[in-house]
Design a protein around this ligand. Structure first.
Ligand code: WTA
Length: 647
């Protein structure tokens, strides 16, 4: 059966940057015929202190790419200073505070002052070009100031999501060798406080961090270690608001952001200045069909790449008004997003399917209570969006009047690669549709053979570089090369499976590696397993994902109990181990179910057969496949019985 097409809307087409499918196709074709010319022209959207000499150099075999070589620019200058002539009094940031109905507006002029002052504070505490600075802040303007202050002086920021535990924070601070950390006394989210400073204290014990700069978000007192900890409120007034920018090389690092892979600990993806900024700006304007004056509301957290590219760098580089949303979609009720949309008159709204699924479940009434007439483009990101959820987003949230864009990309890609364009692309609900101009996706089979034509499924790769691509993994280029460029020589491998249907539409089918996507958060099974076995109650663990109504994927952990757990009731073992994962990683990584098993299905060479464990976790007991190659086939029956008993 052919999938229903949702046509583009004439009133959106009438004002769109790309106003028809034919125009998109022509643009895409031209971009691939002359990528270098295409990106050379796109690069003029940012202000260069010195023009670049060469557009691109790429060598996928070595995992080396460089864009806009010889150019000099500064991301903070592009996101702040260059707007002062035309829009100094325009709101740059609307902070929608956790407390319903409370907003703070920061103009570009004010942003310039805040960023300058904070940059001078960083300098005062010894931060120099190339130094890494950890930002562990909640969704408050200081987080944005801090990112731009680092960029201003050429420091490399490493934002760590404020939901990560002390252990996870510690690993990231140590890996990037950060000596300065910015945090808040507490975070506030959904009416609950989060003890951020306390977590930092625990995380940095024994590490060579010499300065902790503390923003104040709540009235709660927090212990301050003399000589190390400073209140931002005390330090900022001592500094001048004006701070000269450091002119960076196009390929100088802008930031590092940790993300989970199939093996080991999270890796620091390194993004550089020129390519990343051009790409964030380009995709923000094109995909959301942004125009001057539009209010852009991306509900992600700055701790994830979506927040980096579509709350901070893309919108601010383009001179937009960007919304910084501190709360949750359900606080104080399921109408919160739409209340904010009305209050700030947002034209663009961007969130993850997991939030939409939670809202859909509550029903239409909280949506309809609010007008939402300012909305024009609705975006989705982070995981496959179920067709029913897409339709609800379009019909109910968007009143069948807004364009819906399902945007596929990754921390590694820096910005959106596959997405509909509001005025150009007829949509199929559930499909991310087509690659952006300048982007060339390719599907290959497991042997690396390209699957040509339509109506094919395979592993999603990209042929050729794009400016937003991550350049390396911090301190581990070999791993970068191995993970993304070794599997299919000459191509960048995404780790995602994908179908290109009869009409050429791309459908992302999810990860083909051991990476989970839980409520839009990326987690490695290896990471969770290593957290579990860090406790003496767990001798061995195997973690798999299973379909989950709200979160997209849930986390299912099979564990072999350790000696210390002998005689301990299974319920207690499970509770303790869940707590361990929360502590070592984050509450977002908590397994939905832990099943204590007598053994794991392994091949005779000792490899865990995850395929079987996945089938059991999804209660699919009849398609377990051939068990004869297992070392102990009988454990499968025991695992199945245990699963049934726990349902
Ligand atoms: C998944 C988030 C389907 C995908 C920006 C990818 C998606 C991983 C979509 C990256 C989408 C992201 N449809 N799947 N529109 N967007 N993904 O690094 O598996 O947190 O590889 O970046 O999320 O997650 P990350």
């Amino acid at each position: 059966m052919a999938d229903a097409l949702v046509p583009t809307k004439p009133h959106i087409q009438a004002r769109a940057h790309v106003a028809s499918f034919a125009a998109y196709e022509a643009l895409h074709r031209a971009s691939l015929a002359d990528p270098s010319g295409f990106w050379r022209r796109q690069a003029q959207r940012v202000t260069w202190f010195r023009q670049f000499d060469e557009t691109v150099q790429q060598d996928f075999a070595r995992a080396e790419v460089a864009w806009f070589l010889g150019g000099k620019l500064n991301a903070s200058y592009n996101c702040v200073d260059r707007h002062l002539a035309e829009r100094a009094e325009q709101t740059a940031i609307v902070w929608a505070k956790d407390e319903p109905g409370q907003y703070e507006r920061i103009s570009y002029r004010q942003l310039h002052e805040h960023v300058g002052r904070l940059a001078n504070v960083l300098r005062r505490f010894g931060v120099r070009k190339g130094d890494r600075v950890c930002i562990y802040l909640p969704m408050m303007p200081e987080a944005v100031y801090a990112m731009l202050a680092c960029a201003r002086i050429g420091a490399v920021h490493s934002v760590v999501f404020a939901g990560f535990s002390a252990d996870a924070l510690r690993d990231r601070i140590a890996d990037a060798d950060c000596r300065v950390v910015l945090t808040a006394n507490e975070g506030l989210r959904g009416g609950k406080t989060i003890p951020l400073k306390k977590t930092v204290d625990e995380a940095i014990a024994g590490l060579p961090v010499h300065t902790v700069l503390v923003a104040q978000r709540t009235a709660t007192a927090t212990p301050m270690q003399q000589g190390r900890d400073r209140w931002l409120a005390d330090e900022l007034p001592k500094q001048r608001a004006c701070c000269p920018v450091e002119w960076m090389d196009s390929e100088d690092p802008l930031f590092v952001l940790y993300t989970s892979g199939s093996t080991g600990k999270p890796k620091g993806q390194l993004h550089t200045t020129g390519g990343y900024l051009v790409y964030a700006s380009y995709t923000h304007e094109l995909v959301f069909d942004w125009r001057p004056g539009d209010v852009h509301f991306c509900a992600a957290d700055v701790g994830w790449v979506t927040g980096h590219s579509y709350i901070v760098y893309g919108p601010l580089c383009n001179g937009a008004t960007t919304v910084l949303f501190e709360s949750t979609p359900l606080h104080p009720d399921a109408g919160r997003y739409w209340q904010v949309v009305d209050d700030v008159q947002a034209n663009i709204f961007y969130t993850a399917p997991t939030a939409l699924r939670a809202l859909l479940r509550v029903g239409d009434e909280p949506v309809k209570k609010h007008a939402r007439t300012s909305l024009r483009v609705l975006g989705s990101v982070g995981e496959p969006i179920n067709p029913e959820v897409w339709q609800w987003y379009h019909d109910v949230v968007g009143d069948k009047r807004c364009a819906v864009v399902d945007t596929w990309w990754q921390t590694e890609t820096g910005g959106i690669l596959i997405s509909a364009l509001p005025g150009a692309t007829p949509c199929k609900p559930g499909s991310a549709t087509f690659p952006l101009p300048g982007v060339r996706p390719l599907l290959v089979d497991d042997q690396g053979k390209e699957l040509v034509g339509n109506g094919v499924s395979g592993n999603l790769c990209l042929a050729g570089s794009w400016p937003g691509q991550a350049r390396t993994i911090l301190n581990d280029h070999a791993r970068f090369q191995q993970t993304y460029f070794a599997m299919y020589p000459g191509l960048y491998f995404t780790g995602d499976g994908c179908r290109r249907d009869e009409d050429g539409y791309y459908w992302i089918t999810g990860r083909v590696d051991d990476v989970l996507n839980v409520a839009g958060h990326r987690l490695g099974t290896a990471e969770i397993e290593s957290a579990l076995v860090s406790h003496e109650f767990c001798a061995e663990a195997a973690v798999v994902g299973f379909p989950h109504d709200l979160k997209g994927q849930g986390i299912y952990a099979y564990v072999i109990a350790g000696k210390a757990a002998e005689g301990v009731p299974a319920a207690e073992v499970e509770a303790v181990l869940k707590q361990v994962v929360r502590k070592v990683i984050s509450p977002i990584a908590t397994p939905d179910r832990i099943q204590v098993v007598p053994g794991l299905p392994k091949t005779r060479s000792g490899k865990i057969m995850r395929r079987i464990l996945r089938k059991v976790a999804e209660a699919n007991y009849t398609e377990l496949g051939d068990l004869s190659t297992l070392a102990e086939p009988q454990v499968v029956e025991q695992i199945v019985q245990g699963h049934k008993a726990g349902r």
